[in-house]
Design a protein around this ligand. Structure first.
Ligand code: CA
Length: 414
């Protein structure tokens, strides 16, 4: 089995954002994706600091558990580093970053994860999401309040419950050790990919594009094809049986690939703490500086707000439906009233009759009825008039209809 081209890292600013707040790393044993957030400059700084710190763990460990411990320690160290950076650069207050990382040790990988970037495993033709999003909507899914389908389109789907940053001195990081085997393909990505490209498409690309670089490029292109509203970062690693490390030279992409810049923007107002939990586009400013990301109080407040929004939406729908029903009813009534001001002359029971309404029927509903039956037998009329009356004669008014009847009466054959 080939040992070259086993990993790839690609990061793209996307089609809407002005800067790339994602960072990615594909090293010898370590693979990382980080998605920064927090203001104009904070996001790129946060993901870059975290990735640069975590890349220090890119070496061979004697056991997967050692690697797991090293990864967790690196994420915690990155968290402290972010807090220190904010302490020295107040303008960066509120910056934070997701981190999803795997560290390979032979036939195992150690994994560390916080936030909503994702790790997927493609194995034997199937794609499995390994990490769980630390988002508000994932909490709602886990507690059975909404379905995964509802979560995918939920207005608060990008609200994060956990990140690395300056909020929590000991953030809760998911870590685990998993087995891996030749043929496995590990995909790490920011939500710029997973929020816009369906799992079916991810699976299709991973199963049909053999080279890691080509597959990573294709995945990024698929996000761009969807409009790429967000930065998109893809790190891909193929496991084979000849070696336990990647033979591709280590590659850093995204904001971590550039030198760190701490220039304060004098007009930028510092972001307050809760904005840390929102992606930059949705950042809001509040003065709550004692915010706890995992607090039940906040979660309950979000859930309550969510319910209110659902209720408002339902009320708007009911109002809309009521207005629509009223409009349709009014149209039907006005239409029917219109038809009942129309008259025509036709035949009923073999005799000439004045009808009120219009000749057309709507399905089984007749829009006309006999208004006045005359004593004029159809058979008494001249032949050409029988046909005309049978086909009905439109009248401009009731008086006009009466005039037509009088005329027919006069035309009767003796
Ligand atoms: Ca993102």
């Amino acid at each position: 089995m080939a040992t070259t081209g086993k990993s790839a890292a690609v990061s793209h600013v996307g089609k809407i954002r002005s800067n790339n707040q994602d960072s990615g790393y594909a090293g010898q044993y370590l693979f990382v994706v980080a998605d920064g957030m927090g203001g104009h400059a904070g996001g790129d700084v946060a993901s870059a600091i975290a990735v640069k710190r975590i890349t220090e763990t890119d070496r061979l460990y004697t056991s997967a558990n050692d690697a797991e411990f090293a990864l967790q320690a690196a994420l915690l160290a990155a968290n402290s580093l972010l807090a220190e950076t904010v302490f020295e650069h107040g303008e960066l207050t509120g910056m934070g970053t997701t981190v999803s990382a795997i560290l390979r040790v032979g036939d195992h990988v150690a994994l560390a994860h916080i936030g909503d970037s994702r790790v997927y495993l493609y194995r034997d033709g199937e794609l499995k999401q390994i990490t769980s999003d630390h988002t508000f909507v994932q909490r709602l899914v886990d507690s059975g309040r909404i379905t995964p389908e509802e979560a995918a389109v939920h207005p608060r789907r990008s609200v994060l419950m956990r990140v690395l940053g300056d909020v929590d001195a000991s953030p809760e990081i998911d870590t685990t050790v998993l087995e891996t085997k030749p043929g496995d393909r590990w995909l790490l990505c920011s939500d710029g990919l997973s929020s816009y490209v369906s799992e079916d498409k991810l699976l299709n690309t991973l199963s049909t594009v053999p080279a890691a670089q080509a597959a990573a490029d294709r995945l990024v292109k698929e996000s761009l094809d969807q409009g790429a509203p967000d930065n998109v970062t893809v790190v891909l690693v193929d496991i084979d049986d000849s070696d336990d490390s990647s033979t591709t030279p280590p590659l850093t992409v995204g904001s971590a690939a550039s030198p760190l810049v701490f220039e304060a923007d004098s007009v930028r107002r510092p972001l307050r703490l809760p904005s840390l939990l929102l992606h930059p586009l949705k950042a809001t400013q509040t003065d709550d500086s004692h915010f706890e990301p995992e607090s039940d109080e906040y979660l309950n407040a979000l859930i309550a707000e969510d319910r209110r929004r659902a209720l408002r939406r339902r009320i708007w729908w009911l109002v809309f439906i009521a207005i629509a029903v009223a409009a349709i009813t009014a149209a039907v009534i006005l239409g029917y009233q219109y038809t009942q001001r129309q008259y025509f002359v036709g035949v009923s029971d073999g005799r000439v009759a004045i009808f009120q309404g219009v000749q057309q029927d709507i399905g089984p509903i007749s829009l006309s009825h006999v208004y006045k039956q005359t004593t004029i037998d159809l058979d008494d009329l001249p032949l050409y008039q029988r046909d005309t009356v049978t086909a009905t004669i439109n009248a401009d008014s009731l008086a006009d209809a009466q005039r037509i009847v009088d005329q027919l009466s006069d035309d009767r054959q003796p």
